[in-house]
Design a protein around this ligand. Structure first.
Ligand SMILES: NC(=O)c1ccc[n+]([C@@H]2O[C@H](COP(=O)([O-])OP(=O)(O)OC[C@H]3O[C@@H](n4cnc5c(N)ncnc54)[C@H](O)[C@@H]3O)[C@@H](O)[C@H]2O)c1
Ligand SMILES: O=C(O)C(=O)C[C@@H](O)[C@H](O)[C@H](O)COP(=O)(O)O
Ligand SMILES: [Zn+2]
Length: 355
């Protein structure tokens, strides 16, 4: 078991290991009521969490929410607020979020907004949730106008990553999580890229020889970044590599497209932009395609979708007024920004990603 420290105004631990559920009460700390927000399709994963907390003396209330992205919805959030009111949740009580990144984003936002903020402890049960979504305090829901447009920075009080939960994750969802691990490799940790390239098949399995190391490396990278810049005033933007196009794809797909798959395509797009801007060579762009393809991630998207995607990108959170800003690379582990690239560059880069 390892404990990765996240610093900042409200420091917390990310506990990572196999069979570590017993650590949960120590992360929850003092509370009377614990509301366990979990994906409704995962009762068998929520049950041991609730059981462990009840055994530790808490008053535990399971609150099932729609699975996946369907849960990141204002009506679902309002349902949680009503449930918290019925339970009489006070500022000393705790929300525990159990599930994939979508469920922990929702649970975190519910905690951020209830009574203007109560503690959230997150128990991510997908690779993507462990290495990215549950760490760093970004919480959000989607609206038809765009992805994660309503949310808050609300760091969790603790994160528990029990790798045993990964064995039931559908393969496509596991591989989708690898996109964020690979993102961590390109922006900050070349060793991640080497580990995946050495044996892409093993990287795509939760029982692969390097699963723990890959997860720990990605979490440690994110912990370093968010410890220094919780509110994304600069450095934290690097975590958004590939996300400008990714969020546009998710929006035009009505949020029925896996986040990590969209990030994979978005990273190839950002790499193409980097190359067209003269910042990296073609070899590094091809390295993106090769590693993503090797693990089974998509690297291209529909040609005709460009006008809709271009429109959707206008509302990207990194934009300043009408000026788009992209995270690009100047090399592996050397992220930079590309300001207001111009329509020709944006379209030409897309043509290289289109199929
Ligand atoms: N807050 C952040 O910093 C941040 C970072 C990255 C991604 N995200 C968000 O995370 C979401 C994507 O997360 P995700 O890829 O985990 O998707 P997800 O939450 O939609 O989960 C994918 C599917 O796996 C199921 N599942 C979860 N755990 C399981 C398990 N142990 N066994 C079997 N099935 C399981 C879920 O019910 C769902 O159907 C997106 O909404 C994205 O925007 C947030
Ligand atoms: O933590 C961050 O910061 C990230 O950008 C991580 C991303 O992987 C994640 O998808 C995040 O939710 C995107 O944030 P957004 O601010 O672009 O909605
Ligand atoms: Zn992401």
């Amino acid at each position: 078991m390892s404990r990765i420290k996240v610093g900042g105004e409200t420091p917390y631990d990310v506990v990572v290991g196999t069979g570590v559920l017993g650590e949960l009460p120590s992360l929850v700390g003092e509370a009377r009521t614990v509301a366990v927000v979990h994906a409704e399709g995962l009762p068998e994963i929520a049950r041991p969490v609730c059981h462990g907390l009840t055994g530790a003396g808490y008053e535990v209330h399971p609150l099932p929410v729609p699975d996946g992205e369907a849960g990141k919805d204002v009506k679902v959030l309002a349902g949680l607020w009503s449930a918290f009111a019925r339970l009489g949740m006070t500022r000393t009580d705790v929300v525990v979020g159990v599930g994939g990144g979508a469920t922990t984003d929702l649970a975190g936002f519910a905690a951020a907004t209830w009574l203007r903020g109560v503690r959230a402890v997150l128990v991510p049960t997908t690779l993507l949730g462990m290495v990215d979504a549950a760490v760093g305090g970004k919480t959000a829901i989607d609206i038809p106008e765009g992805k994660n447009l309503v949310g808050a920075f609300h760091p969790p009080a603790g994160v528990l990553c029990d790798l045993t939960t990964l064995v039931t994750v559908p393969r496509a969802d596991y591989v989708s999580g690898l996109a964020e691990v690979i993102k961590a490799g390109f922006i900050a940790d070349p060793r991640i890229l080497e580990l995946v390239e050495d044996d892409p098949e093993a990287a795509g399995r939760p029982d692969g020889p390097h699963t723990l190391e890959l997860a720990e490396r990605a979490i440690a990278m994110k912990a370093r970044v968010v410890s220094a810049d919780l509110r994304e005033s600069g450095l934290r933007e690097i975590l958004n590599y590939g996300h400008t196009l990714a969020h546009a794809i998710e929006k035009v797909e009505g949020y029925r497209f896996r986040h990590g798959d969209a990030v994979a395509i978005g990273m190839v797009y950002a790499a193409e932009l980097s190359r067209l801007a003269g910042r990296i060579d073609a070899g590094l762009v091809e390295r993106h395609r090769a590693i993503l393809t090797a693990v089974g991630l998509p690297t291209s998207y529909v040609t005709e979708a460009w006008p809709g995607l271009r429109d959707a990108m206008r509302i990207d959170k990194k934009a300043r007024g009408s000026r788009l800003r992209f995270v690009v690379l100047d090399g592996v582990a050397s992220p930079g920004r590309l300001e207001d690239p111009g329509e020709d560059l944006l379209k030409t880069a897309y043509e290289r990603v289109a199929r």
